[in-house]
Design a binder for this molecule. Structure first.
Ligand code: PBG
Length: 330
């Protein structure tokens, strides 16, 4: 007798019945870039379809995000108030602090995650304080704690440290608890690799390092066991959600972590992964909707619970169209 797996692929209904992985808008976090000024909506050249928003235009953008059923955003501040130690990151009246306040005032139900890192605020573009060309870990952690507390004070629901310093999750947890922000969650960039796929973001956030690279703090992409150790540490230190970044070239890491730990996993579909698809679509080489859905479903299939992607709005829209009878999507 011939075994016939094709029986379960025979038509739309049968395929839907046995489908193992589903994505909904509720799985998505939408990253956004905030700049100073008023009325700003500037497309980022390295990331077509992604914009710099001032706080007022950000609020308008969020009306649509909420209407699409996306539950959370991740905010990045782009400012020219930079100095050697990135002190703007804990200015109570800083750009992100004001943005968080404004967003929570207008949309209290929307989850606001704030990226905590120094690279958008340091004049040299590194994620930490520098002395004699070295990134100082513990001195950096102190500043990150101050930044996290000030974002929590402004109303952030989730603090997302992306710096990769050692011990920062524990320090941030302790600092926030001491100030009464026990309900603010930590989504830690736990397995963050030193990746070429961040370069469009660095243009968007004006955060490229002015010398050297990030290899003394971000992970070597040849390593997998190290990712497990990093995640283990972050869980011990108090992370509520852990993250793998980038996503597509690291599906094995997501999968391994999914087998090892019982904690929500976020996969960051980063700027370079976004830009690659955009560029191929512009050339007419890929079908955007099909390519994007295949990529993000693969992240969920690997074990991610949450997908952070610049495609969030498109995905939510496509999923909605599907609900109205277009059959091609998952
Ligand atoms: C800040 C940070 C970066 C990204 C998220 N947070 C850049 C970097 O580490 O160089 C990258 C996000 C993306 O590429 O979409 N440290």
């Amino acid at each position: 007798m011939v075994k016939r797996p094709r029986r379960l692929r025979v038509n739309d209904g049968m395929r839907a019945l046995v489908r193992e992985t589903r994505l909904t808008a509720e799985n998505l976090i939408y990253p956004l870039f905030v700049v100073e000024g008023k009325g700003v909506v500037n497309e980022i050249s390295s990331m077509p379809g992604v914009y710099h928003f001032s706080i007022d235009t950000l609020l308008i953008e969020l009306d649509e995000v909420i209407q699409l059923g996306i539950p959370a955003i991740l905010l990045f501040g782009v400012t020219n108030k930079k100095d050697l130690s990135g002190s703007e990151c804990y200015n109570p009246d800083g750009l992100i602090q004001r943005a968080i306040k404004a967003v929570k005032e207008r949309h209290p139900e929307l989850l606001v995650a704030a990226d905590v890192c120094l690279c958008e605020y340091t004049s040299h573009g590194h994620c930490g304080v520098i002395k004699d060309n070295k990134i100082l870990n513990d001195e950096t952690v102190e500043l990150l704690v101050k930044s996290a507390i000030s974002y929590a004070r402004a109303g952030a629901d989730i603090i997302a440290p992306s710096d990769m310093m050692d011990g920062r999750v524990k320090a941030i947890r302790n600092g926030m608890d001491k100030h009464g922000y026990t309900d603010v969650a930590i989504m830690s960039y736990s397995a963050k690799y030193a990746s070429s796929f961040y370069s469009p973001f660095r243009e968007a956030a004006q955060s490229a390092p002015s010398f050297g690279d990030r290899k003394t703090y971000q992970m070597d992409y040849c390593n997998k066991k190290e990712a497990i150790r990093e995640v283990e540490l972050d869980i011990e230190e108090g992370a509520d959600i852990i993250m793998v970044k980038p996503a597509l070239s690291y599906l094995d890491i997501i999968n391994e972590i999914d087998h090892h730990f019982y904690i929500p996993i976020a996969a960051y579909h980063v700027s370079g992964e976004y830009a690659m698809i955009k560029a191929a679509v512009e050339k007419g080489w890929l079908d955007e909707k099909k390519a994007v859905m295949e990529c993000v479903i693969s992240m969920k299939r690997a074990g991610a619970d949450i997908i952070i992607t610049y495609y969030s709005k498109d995905i939510a829209r496509w999923l909605r169209e599907e609900a109205y009878g277009l059959k091609e999507l998952r």
